[in-house]
Design a protein around this ligand. Structure first.
Ligand SMILES: NC(=O)c1ccc[n+]([C@@H]2O[C@H](COP(=O)([O-])OP(=O)(O)OC[C@H]3O[C@@H](n4cnc5c(N)ncnc54)[C@H](OP(=O)(O)O)[C@@H]3O)[C@@H](O)[C@H]2O)c1
Length: 330
């Protein structure tokens, strides 16, 4: 681990804005950690494995912290490390997360608890623990959610349930902390290149193997797909050429999440939500939101016409455009 205070940037403004990133070993968390550190921010990077801690600690401006977000002692130790630095905490990025697919009824209670613990409960624990430090710095909380906080579909049930929970957490927290000068945002990525699928694969396989009636045949088909050899190079080239679809997904670089997180951390007026991903993914989210709107409009006491709905949309868009820049938080 690097010693606190090591190799800080000469820009005193940036050097005075420390950020803690959970789950910094791989993927999005690692990408964001490296970018923040390169910009000169002191970064507290949470990881679990000794090799990851060592690798993170070797990055200039990074203090690696052993931080299993489901372990209260690790959280308390992380608070102490941030307190020792004496700068408060400009940003808390709740990034640590578990993936996982499977038929809803094939998840064990233990698997469900672990998933909810890491993805939905730990962010509350972390905000509670770091609130005094965030208040000192008039800081920001950035939650790494998912487009799965709006969508759900077969096999994605529990994962998307945790991300829906994170959406509610984000909205309530933003309302509670805004009067105290703390901005709260959620970044909602689509598919991003990371270690998430590989890390989740043992559990995914276990659950499809475990699937009982009436799902045995369906589960066997999924397992066969998982175990199928990768497509031949010509087929891969064809898919790369073809447009994105449910069967031909095109994951994005973690860069798009980092850019959104940096805005949420440092823009004068951060947004509450940052949807990021490909146009195909974004269209899918918009259609899901429209479906919900139309479902809600079927309420017997509503029944707005499409023209009236469009007028409401225009009214709200205009109100948003009119929000003055001085609503900035700092
Ligand atoms: N990749 C995507 O397509 C995608 C899409 C939407 C949202 N997201 C979200 O983005 C976030 C980052 O995921 P990623 O895609 O970058 O996946 P990743 O590469 O697998 O990274 C997940 C990180 O979370 C850590 N983690 C897991 N359980 C933990 C625990 N109990 N305590 C502390 N850290 C823990 C992992 O640490 P270890 O290395 O120790 O396991 C790893 O550092 C997650 O919240 C995920 O839900 C990802």
């Amino acid at each position: 681990m690097s010693a606190p205070g090591e190799a800080l940037s000469v820009n005193p403004d940036v050097a005075a804005r420390p950020v803690l990133v959970t789950g910094a070993s791989t993927g999005i968390g690692r990408h964001l950690t490296e970018r923040l550190a390169a910009l000169g921010h002191p970064v507290f990077a949470g990881a679990r494995k000794p090799t990851d801690l060592e690798a993170l600690g070797a990055i200039p401006n990074v203090t690696a912290l052993r931080l299993d977000v489901s372990n209260p002692q690790d959280v308390a130790d992380a608070v102490e490390a941030v307190q020792r630095r004496g700068l408060g905490l400009r940003g808390l990025v709740n990034n640590a997360g578990l993936g996982g697919l499977g038929l809803l009824t094939s998840w064990s209670d233990e698997e469900l608890r672990e998933l909810f613990e890491v993805n939905a409960l730990a962010p509350i624990r972390l905000v509670r623990a770091f609130l005094p430090q965030l208040l000192v710095a008039r800081g920001r909380v950035v939650n790494i959610g998912s487009q799965g906080g709006t969508l759900s579909m077969r096999y994605y049930g529990p994962y998307t349930m945790t991300k829906h929970a994170l959406e509610a957490f984000n909205t309530a927290l933003a309302d509670e902390l805004a009067p105290h000068g703390i901005g709260v945002s959620i970044v909602q990525p689509g598919g991003v290149e990371s270690a998430i699928i590989d890390s989740a694969m043992p559990g995914i396989r276990r659950r499809f193997l475990r699937a009982g009636p009436p799902f045995e045949e369906e589960a066997a088909g999924i397992l066969a797909e998982i175990d199928a050899p990768p497509p031949a190079p010509e087929e891969q080239a064809k898919r790369a050429e073809a447009s994105e679809s449910a069967e031909n997904r095109k994951p994005s670089s973690p860069e798009i999440v980092t850019v959104a997180a940096l805005d949420a951390l440092f823009a004068p007026a951060p947004r509450k939500r940052y949807l990021v991903g490909t146009r195909w993914e974004g269209g899918r989210v918009l259609r899901a939101l429209i479906e919900r709107l139309l479902d809600a409009n079927a309420c017997p006491t509503l029944g707005y016409t499409v023209t009236e709905l469009v007028a409401m949309l225009e009214e709200q868009a205009q109100a948003r455009a009119a929000i003055p820049a001085e609503s900035a938080r700092d």
